[in-house]
Design a protein around this ligand. Structure first.
Ligand code: SAH
Length: 405
């Protein structure tokens, strides 16, 4: 049995491909397309037998697509047009062009794919790009479901709230899909195993706030800060201006609640056993200037913030750092830190033994299998960058099962 023929657009390092494998759905990726050289090197390294087109999507003709052909499209269009606060380029942004091209092709394909899955950032759901997508899908006879989920909802201690849309060509005896954007996986049908019931948690008990709102705020801020820092960090370093932030009581309470959520696993399950720590330790200059901006987690924590492409280069909002000396109390280190000399401050901070998560550990938190690896020539910074653009494999695998079942 050959299985479903899958077209993987904006394939990056192949998060979607791994999700197909993990879903257990009989399928093969018939073509993957991306223009990023580094990402393509990683993809080729892990999937040497998959056809990978190093081309812009808008440069591929209808005829080329018809010749494949395919039953399923998986895609993560560039998300930058939808993340910028107040500056959302949306469909006017040149980076959306390829996506509009796909929407234009869909009705004209000789054979429409039975299934489509799209991933994007929170914010996409209110974009004109999303409106055009939905309109095209309906005109082409698809039913669809939108859902906003984070890996925390499948027990992973990492926030990565994303928008997903799954669509299938309509048949007559459907469909139970809702017109609302769901904020958790739909409750499983009766035939599914009972333990799956525990992962659908639309509400957080402590506040009654939908989980995605809190995470959205957190990540919205992260994305914004990342961009802000990309623009201003160099300047800050030169000028020696110190950025400053104190955790609020609300932040502390949220972190405590996340760490007490036993449906989520501990960070330590995702750590490498034998890590040469030195290259990953935070350098003194980073500790001195940005200590108060760090999101620090311990191996026993059940939370960490989303790893974005700037991880390892910029500090705030790009991902958590790991405290390797859990005996040292973070509060003790930070108490009165601004009243001591630089030297003392550094000595105190060094006691925490703070390090970055390694790319392998980030990959673990994003659900990549052990078989996944990077080619030697890809630097650590590049590894963080391509991982930051990717997705949580387990979340997508689960959505694929929902789509195809
Ligand atoms: N899902 C992927 C990541 C997608 S990020 C993963 O698992 O890694 C978006 C990707 O789209 C980037 O790798 C970028 O290089 C690619 N891209 C952006 N515009 C493109 C275009 N016009 N044609 C082909 N690829 C494009």
């Amino acid at each position: 049995m050959e299985g479903l023929r899958v077209l993987e657009l904006y394939s990056g390092i192949g998060g979607m491909h791994y999700a197909v494998q993990e879903s257990g759905i009989p399928a093969q990726v018939v073509a993957a397309i991306d223009i990023n050289t580094t990402a393509n090197q990683v993809y080729k390294h892990n999937f040497p037998d998959t056809t990978l087109w190093n081309k812009t999507i808008e440069g591929i003709t209808l005829d080329d697509f018809n010749k494949l052909p395919f039953d399923m499209i998986l895609m993560s269009p560039p998300c930058q047009p939808f993340t910028r606060i107040g500056l959302q380029g949306d469909i006017a942004d040149p980076r959306t062009k390829s996506f509009l091209y796909i929407l234009d092709l869909l009705p004209r394909l000789c054979r429409r794919p039975r299934f489509i899955l799209l991933e994007n950032v929170k914010g996409f759901e209110s974009s004109s790009a999303r409106e055009r997508l939905v309109k095209t899908l309906m005109e082409c006879g698809y039913t669809y479901q939108e859902i906003m989920v984070s890996p925390t909802s499948v027990g992973i201690p990492n926030s990565r709230l994303r928008y997903f849309l799954v669509a299938k060509l309509s048949t007559e005896n459907e469909s139970t899909w809702s017109s609302k954007v769901l904020d958790a996986f739909p409750l499983p049908a009766e035939s599914e195993s009972p333990e799956q019931h525990t992962v659908s948690r639309p509400l957080r008990p402590a506040t009654g706030q939908p989980e995605h709102l809190e995470e959205h705020l957190e990540e919205h801020l992260e994305e914004h800060l990342e961009e802000h820092l990309e623009e201003h960090l160099e300047e800050d370093l030169e000028g020696g201006r110190v950025l400053y932030k104190q955790e609020t009581a609300v932040d502390a309470q949220r972190k405590r609640r996340q760490n007490n959520d036993l449906s989520v696993r501990q960070i330590q399950d995702f750590l490498q056993q034998e890590v040469k720590m030195e290259p990953f330790l935070l350098p003194p200059i980073t500790l001195l200037r940005y200590a108060l901006l760090l999101d620090i987690v311990q191996p026993t924590c059940r939370r960490s913030v989303c790893f974005t492409k700037g991880y390892g280069r910029y500090v705030e909002g790009t991902g958590s750092v790991l405290q390797c000396c859990p005996e040292t109390e973070v509060e003790n280190v930070f108490r009165g830190l601004d009243q001591v000399s630089e030297e003392e401050k550094l000595q105190k901070l060094l006691k925490l033994k703070l390090r970055y998560f390694t790319p392998r550990e980030v990959a673990n938190l994003m659900g990549f299998p052990q078989s996944f690896s990077f080619p030697e020539q890809v630097s650590t910074k590049q590894q963080y960058r391509v991982l930051g653009n990717s997705l949580h494999v387990g979340v997508v695998a689960r959505l694929l099962q929902l789509l195809v079942s």
